[in-house]
Design a protein around this ligand. Structure first.
Ligand code: NAD
Length: 477
């Protein structure tokens, strides 16, 4: 078991003021994997004060200095990649066979992309009567969930540092370890004290004091829509900026004439990766009704390729869900889908006896789902695909948009041009065409109740900036 005893505040490892701790449970075994401090309100005060003190000096550092610091952190992550992988395997059950690819290496590369973007902060637009420039927004609280814990941290920390902000980071209760390793990496770099502060702890206990704090200028929150609403409510009285990256129930339209084998394979793999715990997962597959039988056959065969099991076994490519609580939520949705009359093609509520201690759910596919069923409307956040038949493409677009969410979407058509035409009609922040994959240079974020911010790329950097106008009297010297 790993024991982490201290929080990282103002460039130092210090004891939590309350002395409380939090157990991190390995979801594959239900055993305690690590213990970390559980921060309290006094710790929040110390961390915010440190971030506020550091802001003045850090925000005016040349962008080349900030970029060098980001690269130094990325170098440290590269050197401790094995530890980062182990922490994610042990705390969230991501299979070791895919953890480097989907959780760690991409995060290191994406962090470096913000070193490249940092000089954007030096740009200004000059007009006849005024100049427009960007400045760092200030002290930022960064709150993350557990599904891609390192990537989500980097997606906030990278642009915050590039812009010149200082941060207080709060990882999910289930997955604090990669953040603690990152704090240790940062401790070895010359990043000025107070720029990065880490509080491990329980969101429902310290979230409100963090988000309502008058010295915090911005909260960037990724997580469930319910918690996102609470964050916005806590933040509202101090009129701070709130960037919300929330849930999804993304549609995938397979248009008539698309390569059915390739499209269905793509859709099934997309929902199953990371045991279905991707906010942008293509959870609803919309298919031409006359091709439903073929779609079902291909989908079952692709689902059967997934190897559910011990995340430390190199042959496993689907581990447990990240907690037993999440497992019980997903199983309840599967029962609901059966009760609502959807056709269960594979998976369901049974898993092999030897996996019964872990938070496992088998790859599950429902067909003949109608879009008004609970399993088509609510985010399940597990390896559960809903196949929904449609009669014509206009109906498919209407079904795709008939959701409270708008995070992602995808279209597979006979050719790119018609896929783009369909994509333009979808109300979602991203649309993946013809089998495309996540790309951390492209802006990512939601329409509707999936959120209001953008992460990654230049748009991600801009979230951490204020726009300033310098108005000039053209007659004056
Ligand atoms: P969650 O909302 O329960 O927790 C997320 C974080 O919020 C945790 O760090 C938690 O401690 C904190 N938190 C909880 N209550 C809080 C409060 N009142 N104030 C402040 N912080 C609080 O979400 P989860 O179950 O950890 O994650 C799954 C959800 O995250 C899914 O809905 C998923 O779609 C969403 N998600 C969205 C994106 C995106 O970019 N849009 C990415 C990944 C996950």
């Amino acid at each position: 078991m790993n024991t982490f005893e201290q929080l990282y505040i103002d460039g130092n490892w210090i004891n939590s003021q309350g002395g409380d701790t939090l157990d991190v449970i390995n979801p594959a075994t239900a055993e305690v994997y690590a213990t970390v401090p559980s921060a309290n309100k006094q710790d929040v005060e110390l961390a915010v004060a440190a971030a506020k003190r550091a802001f003045g000096e850090w925000s005016v550092q040349p962008t080349a200095v900030r970029a060098a610091m980001i690269n130094a952190i990325a170098d440290g992550m590269e050197a401790r990649k094995d530890e980062l992988i182990e922490s994610i395997v042990g705390s969230m059950g991501c299979p070791i066979s895919i953890a480097e690819d989907i959780q760690v290496q991409g995060s290191i590369d994406a962090l470096r992309s913000f070193a490249v973007l940092a000089p954007e902060m030096d740009k200004q637009e000059t007009f006849d009567s005024h100049i427009v420039l960007s400045e760092a927004v200030g002290v930022c609280v960064l709150i993350n969930p557990w599904n891609y814990p390192l990537s989500q941290l980097v997606g906030k920390l990278g642009p915050a540092l590039a812009a010149g902000c200082t941060v207080v980071v709060k990882p999910a209760e289930q997955t604090p370890l990669q953040d603690l390793i990152l704090a240790d990496i940062i401790n070895q770099t010359p990043l000025p004290k107070g720029v990065f502060n880490l509080l491990t702890g329980v969101g429902s206990q310290i979230g409100e004091v963090l988000c309502s704090h008058p010295d915090v200028d911005m909260v960037s929150f990724t997580g469930s829509t319910q918690a996102g609403i609470k964050v916005a409510q806590s933040a509202a009285p101090t009129v701070k900026r709130v960037c919300q990256e929330l849930g999804g129930k993304s549609p995938f339209i397979i248009a008539p004439g698309a390569d059915l084998n390739a499209a269905v394979r793509y859709g099934v793999e997309d929902i199953m990766i990371n045991t279905g715990q991707s906010c942008n997962a293509l959870a609803r597959m919309l298919v031409p009704a006359e091709q439903l039988k073929d779609v079902e056959r291909i989908a079952i065969s692709v689902a059967n390729e997934w190897q559910l099991g011990d995340p430390r076994d190199i042959d496993t490519n689907m581990g447990p869900l990240s907690s037993h609580l999440q497992q019980s939520r997903v199983l309840a949705y599967i029962e609901k889908g059966i009760a609502e009359g959807a056709t269960l093609l594979c998976g369901g509520t049974d898993v092999a006896k030897e996996l019964s201690k872990g938070a496992y759910v088998a790859p599950t596919i429902f067909s003949n789902v109608s879009n008004d069923m609970t399993i088509a409307q609510e985010e399940i956040f597990g390896p559960v695909l809903c196949i929904i038949p449609y009669d014509d493409i206009e109906q498919a677009i209407a079904i795709a948009n008939d959701t409270q969410f708008g995070l992602s979407s995808a279209v597979y058509a006979a050719e790119r041009k018609s896929a783009i035409e369909i994509a333009k009609k979808l109300r979602a922040g991203q649309c993946y065409l013809q089998g495309a994959y996540f790309n951390s240079d492209a802006p990512f974020g939601g329409y509707k109740q999936s959120g209001n911010g953008r992460e990654w790329g230049l748009d991600g950097l801009k979230e951490y900036t204020e726009t300033k106008a310098l108005l000039i009297d053209t007659e004056a010297k």
